[in-house]
Write a protein of this length. Structure first.
Lengths: 162, 304
């Protein structure tokens, strides 16, 4: 397993990034926390080094997306429905200081309301700033498909936020 | 940047990792590291059998780490199952090195016990609690304690929650009838943590039908008790009982419940504090000063 200092430093550096992906998939805080822990467990078990911090970050995002998708699939197989649990933890994660909270919550709800894809490609493109080729590599899809997802997702998002 | 991008940025910039999620993740990973070390030790013991295994089962099934087609969970599972012998040895050494450098940074804070809480009825359990009041270790001091720990998962959980889990465990409840006695002791140098743990213990034990007490003990006494293979409360009571009845041995005291120890002491010495009947019902409330309640001063061989 990776060194303790490595793990903690990585959580400090990229924890917000990973957490945002978890929140993107799970409204419920418990599942988001489980996905977060599972991602960093996988990180702790990874032997190989990273080329640089960008590589580490991209790896973490990819693993988080896969972990969240696996959890959703497992829940679907078991016919489970993630209960709308306490929103306290989720609320505490969101700091909308100085902003109209309802407007920003609308954006979050609209994003979560998108099907996936295009939700993840849109998030990676519009918020994380990844290019379509980079997103294609992360999501194991063709570049043209990613472009389509992004275009469709942006349109759906605009419709939802009218 | 378009207005849509600006709105997304404003929204997601406001979403940050909660500190409690970070803390619980670090505690969870600490527990996984302990399990990994135990697994490595087990695999070392079986390495002769592994070497004799057919070659095709020893092939390293790890794929290229950057392959987009790789499913990370499957690759991790495959790599954990099919390591070659030299690599397993390297992992064993790495695990030892990792444990040796646990002193690094804030992660050590999570792994370091700042308080040891002993819970003794007849099941005797010891909890290692870190400075964030999270249980980072749980040790059984006797077979009955081990039975309880085998049925619950409390490592990585807040102390308050762990107490409720223990108090609600069916195996534990078998031992806590209305005539039982639960003795909880806290060894900790931080007075504020002591007070908090005592307060939480009183609240956690309130649901039990029997008496309980919770008090602070010194680290020296805790070490003496540990050397005797006992929890502090049992050790203290055993010392007192042995002074009163030299026909008994320390081994006899190992198997007695706290209630039995206290009753025997009370029968031999009615003036003893163990004979106190002031703790009926659900315990004695908050500790004062040195965090003691239900019992005066620190007990043990050096008690004056």
């Amino acid at each position: 397993m990776r060194a303790a200092e490595d793990i903690e430093n990585t959580i400090d550096t990229h924890g917000d990034t990973v957490w945002r992906v978890c929140v993107l998939y799970f409204k419920q805080s418990v599942e988001a926390q489980d996905a977060f822990q599972e991602t960093f467990l996988k990180y702790s078990l990874r032997d190989d080094s990273f080329r640089d911090e960008d590589h580490r970050r991209a790896w973490l995002i990819r693993v988080t997306v896969n972990t969240c998708k696996d959890m959703l699939k497992a829940a679907h197989r078991k016919n489970l429905v993630f209960e709308e649990g306490s929103s306290e933890l989720l609320s505490s994660t969101i700091d909308f200081e100085g902003q109209p909270e309802s407007s920003l919550r609308d954006v979050l709800e609209a994003m979560i309301g998108l099907s996936d894809p295009p939700r993840t490609p849109v998030y990676l493109a519009l918020y994380e700033g990844y290019t379509a080729p980079e997103i294609a590599d992360m999501l194991d899809a063709s570049v043209n498909t990613v472009y389509s997802w992004i275009a469709r997702g942006k349109q759906q998002l605009k419709e939802a936020l009218k | 940047m378009t207005s849509l991008e600006e709105r997304l940025r404003e929204t997601f910039d406001g979403i940050t990792l909660p500190s409690e999620v970070k803390e619980s993740t670090l505690a969870f990973l600490h527990e996984e590291q302990i399990k990994a070390q135990a697994e490595q030790q087990s695999k070392q013991a079986e390495r002769v059998v592994d070497i004799a295994r057919p070659q095709h089962l020893q092939a390293d099934a790890r794929r290229a780490p950057d392959s987009p087609s790789q499913r990370d969970e499957a690759s991790i599972t495959a790599s954990r199952k099919t390591k070659s012998f030299p690599r397993r040895m390297a992992w064993a050494l790495a695990a030892c090195l990792i444990l040796g450098v646990f002193g690094f940074g804030g992660f050590q804070a999570y792994a370091t016990e700042t308080a040891i809480v002993g819970i003794e009825v007849n099941p005797s359990i010891e909890l290692g609690v870190n400075r964030f009041d999270i249980v980072v270790d749980a040790r059984a001091l006797n077979d009955d304690g081990q039975k309880v720990l085998d049925e619950i998962a409390i490592i990585g959980h807040p102390y308050e929650e762990a107490l409720l889990t223990i108090a609600g465990n069916e195996t534990f409840l078998v031992y806590v009838g209305s005539d039982s006695y639960v003795d909880v002791n806290v060894a900790c140098d931080d007075e504020s943590q002591v007070s908090k743990l005592i307060r939480q213990t009183d609240a956690g034990m309130a649901s039990l039908p029997c008496e309980h007490s919770c008090h602070q003990v010194s680290a020296d006494l805790q070490e003496e008790a540990a050397a005797a293979g006992m929890g502090v409360s049992r050790y203290q009571a055993a010392q007192e009982l042995l002074e009163l009845d030299d026909s008994l041995t320390i081994e006899d005291c190992h198997s007695m419940s706290m209630r039995e120890l206290r009753d025997r002491i009370a029968a031999l010495d009615p003036a003893s504090e163990y004979a106190s009947t002031s703790e009926h019902g659900h315990g004695t409330g908050q500790g004062q000063g040195s965090g003691m309640h239900g019992r005066q001063g620190q007990r043990g061989p050096n008690h004056s």
